[in-house]
Design a protein around this ligand. Structure first.
Ligand SMILES: *[C@@H]1O[C@H](CO)[C@@H](O)[C@H](O)[C@H]1NC(C)=O
Ligand SMILES: *[C@@H]1O[C@H](CO)[C@@H](O)[C@H](O)[C@H]1NC(C)=O
Ligand SMILES: *[C@@H]1O[C@H](CO)[C@@H](O)[C@H](O)[C@H]1NC(C)=O
Ligand SMILES: *[C@@H]1O[C@H](CO)[C@@H](O)[C@H](O)[C@H]1NC(C)=O
Ligand SMILES: *[C@@H]1O[C@H](CO)[C@@H](O)[C@H](O)[C@H]1NC(C)=O
Ligand SMILES: [Cu+2]
Length: 230
């Protein structure tokens, strides 16, 4: 019992220590306002992706979709809601922290905003742990998004999505910064996966390597505890 408790405590501690943070900027004050920068990242399981709504002016969301339906919300996916950053804002940009809970599963996301035009088919899409080669790359996903016709679905998603989850809505909202359609923190995503959520292949070997690194650290620490208890 004691050993089990200690090992799980250590696992928790090592998971905290192992968390790396990757930054993604949402929107841009440059020539193309419809961007995630960078749009394609590879992270390890347990890592945090911090989205900063820094495009000025901006009105954007980070909404989970699927490879096959890049510009529509996944029925049981994560969603930040739309965050309006008024012109002239120079500080206090809200953030949103997503933790990757399964690094073997590519995570596809887009911006569902339709004002002044749909952002998704303007190329405002991103991926986490997309395969580097084959059919299901970030490039292929972005091309499919740019070919999307019409408006994106506007359903509001959840804090906890597929392979990634947040523990809070975006924030803070200072000054005239406003959130529209934020996910209900107590709502749970339905477990039934819609057909558009068609599974995509396992991620690159890079993330497997990171996972092995983490479990290696865990095994080492468990061994140390085992010795200490012996
Ligand atoms: C965090 O990322 C850095 C740079 O990629 C890497 O060297 C380091 O091992 C990572 N930390 C952990 C605990 O995985
Ligand atoms: C921002 O987005 C919300 C939600 O889509 C919309 O209701 C609102 O009119 C937008 N505001 C501006 C200034 O773009
Ligand atoms: C993680 O994702 C992979 C690939 O989609 C899947 O096979 C596996 O079952 C998932 N693991 C968990 C714990 O959900
Ligand atoms: C996406 O990121 C992965 C990992 O960094 C990289 O191998 C791949 O080339 C990138 N793909 C595109 C289309 O940028
Ligand atoms: C996201 O994480 C950063 C760094 O840990 C923190 O400063 C920030 O308050 C978090 N954002 C939210 C909305 O919780
Ligand atoms: Cu947008």
């Amino acid at each position: 019992m004691l050993a089990l408790f200690s090992i799980s405590t250590l696992a928790t501690i090592s998971a905290v220590v192992a968390q790396n943070v990757t930054q993604i900027m949402v929107g841009s004050s440059g020539s193309n306002p419809f961007m995630f920068t960078p749009a394609n990242v590879t992270v390890a399981e347990g890592d945090i992706v911090t989205f900063t709504f820094s495009g000025v002016p901006g009105n954007h969301s980070v909404t989970q979709s699927s490879f096959t339906a890049p510009c529509d919300p996944l029925g049981n996916g994560f969603d930040s809601g739309n965050i309006l950053i008024p012109a002239g804002t120079s500080s206090g940009f809200p953030t949103w922290n997503l933790t990757v809970t399964n690094a073997s599963q590519p995570i596809w996301f887009f911006c569902k905003q339709l004002v002044p035009q749909p952002h998704c088919n303007s190329g405002m899409v991103g991926s986490i742990n997309a395969p580097a080669t084959g059919q299901f790359t970030f490039d292929a996903f972005k091309q499919a998004a740019q070919a999307h016709q019409g408006n994106s679905g506007q359903s509001v998603g959840f804090l906890v999505g597929q392979a990634a989850s947040a523990s809070a809505v975006p924030g803070p909202f200072s000054g005239s910064i406003t959130g529209f359609g934020l996910p209900n923190p107590s709502a749970t995503a339905p477990s039934v996966v819609s057909s558009s959520a068609a599974a995509s292949p396992a991620a690159t070997s890079a993330s497997s390597a990171s996972k092995m690194h983490t479990s290696g650290v865990f095994a080492m620490m468990a061994a140390i505890i085992g010795l200490a208890l012996a």
